[in-house]
Design a protein around this ligand. Structure first.
Ligand SMILES: O=C(O)C(=O)C[C@@H](O)CO
Length: 312
């Protein structure tokens, strides 16, 4: 089915959380729940969404399931917001094919990590440059490079700036390595206008520092876009004091998600608020310990997170 194009203009800015992949208690895709999750995330103020990322448990999906989720979400969003599709793969050809498919399905952007496999398979810088050349040449939508420790591939500021200079679709950078704010600042200096989107990630744990460094987008977990909006809206309106107060208010929950729960936090919040029926993660991922879940929900309730009320 053709997807209604979104109307957002580039450069994309704001809160683009990662949508979890919703499973039922047996571990099967729950596409009805997926739709409700997406509706909640849009109602909660997401400017856009990212799907099939690590926080979407992309590593437990078959290729066929990836395609099912991608088409289901893009059709369900129906142009309400831009959708970023994660197409990471070690193979240049597979990543390019996935990205072409995402563009054809209506994705606004693809997000990609540099090639990596397991703890030790890496390619030298020449291979990384060639990988992104193949990818950039395969599509016409922008590419976000996900600079994250999970890939175990240090990407220098010089390399990132070079990639944006040489390949016209490499325009967005999600920096979630230690020292993210300094790296964002250096990247903006080194890349100039080619750095269309210097973005924050990692559940917004460094959001205020990253905004101060010039970040224009935040890719957070999916549980409380409403809270992240309370930080970035005043910041972009020029009221840093209000943004700082909001960051300090939400930081205990951000910290708890980042350090205690990870990708399951948003599912637990959505399940508690009736957005989705099951917070199941796919085996061998493990459910939250009940005490950890209680701690998360206490912090979310204290901040009146919309997820806890949306489905009731
Ligand atoms: O899912 C991923 O790949 C992430 O990096 C998640 C992160 O952006 C959520 O804050």
């Amino acid at each position: 089915m053709p997807v209604t194009p979104h109307k957002a203009q580039r450069p994309y800015r704001g809160v683009f959380p990662v949508a979890p992949t919703i499973f039922d208690e047996r571990g099967e895709l729950d596409l009805e729940g997926q739709g409700r999750c997406i509706d909640f995330m849009i109602d909660a103020g997401s400017h856009g969404l990212c799907i099939l990322a690590n926080f979407s448990e992309q590593f437990v999906l078959t290729d066929a399931e990836r395609e099912t989720v991608m088409h289901a979400v893009l059709e369900h969003v129906a142009g309400r917001v831009p959708v970023i599709v994660t197409t990471t793969h070690f193979s240049s050809a597979v990543c390019a094919a996935r990205s072409k498919q995402a563009e054809a399905a209506g994705a606004a952007m693809v997000m990609v990590m540099p090639p990596y496999h397991g703890a030790t398979f890496r390619v030298p810088e020449k291979g990384i440059v060639e990988f992104f050349k193949v990818l950039s040449g395969a599509i016409t939508i922008p590419i976000m490079i996900q600079d994250a420790p999970v890939a175990g591939t240090p990407l220098s500021v010089e390399l990132l700036a070079r990639l944006s200079r040489e390949f016209s679709n490499i325009r967005y950078f999600k920096i979630e390595v230690p020292g993210a704010a300094s790296k964002l600042r250096s990247l903006i200096e080194a890349g100039g206008k080619d750095i269309e989107g210097p973005w924050d990630g990692e559940e917004a744990i460094t959001l205020l520092a990253d905004l101060d460094a010039g970040a224009t987008g935040a890719m957070t977990g999916g549980g409380y876009p409403d809270g992240i909006r309370q930080i970035i809206d005043p910041y972009f309106a020029g009221d840093r004091e209000k943004a700082k107060a909001a960051y300090e208010r939400w930081l205990p929950l951000i910290n708890y998600e980042n350090r205690q729960c990870g990708l399951i936090a948003c599912k637990a919040m959505m399940q508690a608020g009736g957005v989705i029926k099951s917070e199941a993660v796919r085996h061998p991922l493990q459910p939250l310990h009940p005490a950890t879940r209680a701690g998360l929900l206490e912090l979310a309730k204290e901040r009146d997170a919309l997820a806890l009320r949306w489905g009731k």
